[in-house]
Design a binder for this molecule. Structure first.
Ligand code: KG4
Ligand code: ZN
Length: 344
């Protein structure tokens, strides 16, 4: 079985071809950072237009690079949501139209499930049951998952997502977009003992997160300094990152205690953060929890995760679904367990 994956939910066009026997045949990624950086964040209309420009030529190139003809494809998977509605509609329209033209089924994939299933691309995919930590630009959630596709929400952010908090803190420090990698880079030369930032919502019980207070704390710290030296910025970046990482680890520990699961998978753009990976590894070693994460290149948005999720949801491939659907919001808990569904 061979599947084409199309990701267009935000500011990256990701295309991939995945084969259930040969694995990932190839993937291409086009980042729109250059388009949006002047604005300090994603401009939705510019994102949609760029996806329109990139998507078909990238599919064409990837078919050629992997020596795949459309007749060798068994299905097309695309990101149906959640995300920017215009950007999603580009991928959905192209996937449904190509499916129609090539006479193959297409399937809409949940973006965050795609992030989680990117861990299937590693050499030892995580076992179930597991705790899933989903940390991206739009989401911060802890889920319990008994089996693939079955998700129970344990806790989530009541305001900003972790990635969003990184992006906003970076903007305040005058760093580029996306802010996560910029903060992480700067934090390397920052001192950990200069500022102490709060660990929000860790003093009371519960698995929810809140990052907006941390944002305010960052702003107030910056204002108290007046003009900032490079070392000031690095120290703030370090304090901010330490606070986010420690907060996430504390919540992960609670999720593990609550579920009794021995495996934790982290996914989404923020899972590319090396400090978070390191801290979770230490936590895992101390508590006998196996920590899993996708390869670095598949932590942020990509087409491979959508292709893999599409293949796993094979039973839901549809030959008579031509409606072009996209969902800006889509709770992951609404998904049906994988393999339970009947083909249409
Ligand atoms: O999953 P993703 O690529 O897109 C969404 O689905 O949102 O995540 C993007 C987010 C951005 O907020 C970005 O700043 C953050 O992930 N990010 C990071 C790192 N790399 C990306 N945050 C912290 N450390 C990183 N190394
Ligand atoms: Zn994402």
């Amino acid at each position: 079985m061979r599947i084409l994956g199309i990701e267009t939910s935000c500011d990256e066009t990701g295309i991939a071809i995945y084969d259930d026997e040969a694995g990932l045949l190839g993937h291409q990624l086009h980042s729109q950072i250059d388009i949006h950086k002047a604005y300090g964040g994603v401009v939705p209309e510019l994102a949609s237009r760029d996806h329109i420009r990139r998507c078909l030529p990238m599919i064409h190139d990837l078919l050629e690079a992997t020596r795949t003809t459309p007749s060798q494809l068994d299905a097309i998977a695309f990101t149906e949501g959640p995300g920017l509605i215009g950007a999603l509609l580009v991928g959905a329209s192209i996937a449904r139209s190509l499916g129609y033209a090539w006479g193959i089924p297409s399937i809409g994939i949940h973006h965050m499930e795609g992030h989680l299933l990117a861990a299937e691309l590693t050499e030892s995919p995580p076992p179930y049951p597991m705790v899933a930590l989903l940390v991206s630009g739009g989401h911060t959630q802890l889920m319990a998952s008994e089996k693939p596709g079955d998700y129970q929400l344990l806790g989530e952010s009541v305001d900003d997502a972790a990635g969003e908090a990184f992006d906003k803190a970076a903007k305040m420090l005058g760093l580029g977009y996306p802010g996560g990698p910029e903060i992480a880079r700067l934090a390397e030369s920052g001192r950990s003992d200069r500022f102490s930032f709060p660990r929000p919502m860790t003093k009371k019980p519960g698995l929810d997160f809140s990052f907006s207070g941390l944002k305010t704390h960052t702003r107030l710290t910056i204002e108290s300094l007046g003009t900032m030296t490079d070392q000031d910025k690095a120290d703030i970046a370090r304090a901010f990152q330490d606070a986010v990482v420690e907060t996430i680890v504390i919540k992960c520990e609670r999720a593990i205690l609550e579920t009794g699961h021995a495996d934790l998978v982290m996914a989404g753009g923020v899972s590319a953060n090396l400090e978070l990976r390191r801290a979770l590894k230490v936590f895992g070693e101390q508590h006998h929890v196996n920590i899993h994460y996708p390869d670095l290149k598949f932590c942020t948005d990509n087409g491979a995760m959508i292709a893999v999720a599409g293949l796993m949801r094979q039973k839901e491939w549809s030959r008579d679904q031509w409606r072009i659907d996209a969902r800006a919001r889509w709770p992951m808990t609404d998904l049906s367990p994988i393999n339970d569904a009947e083909a249409t």
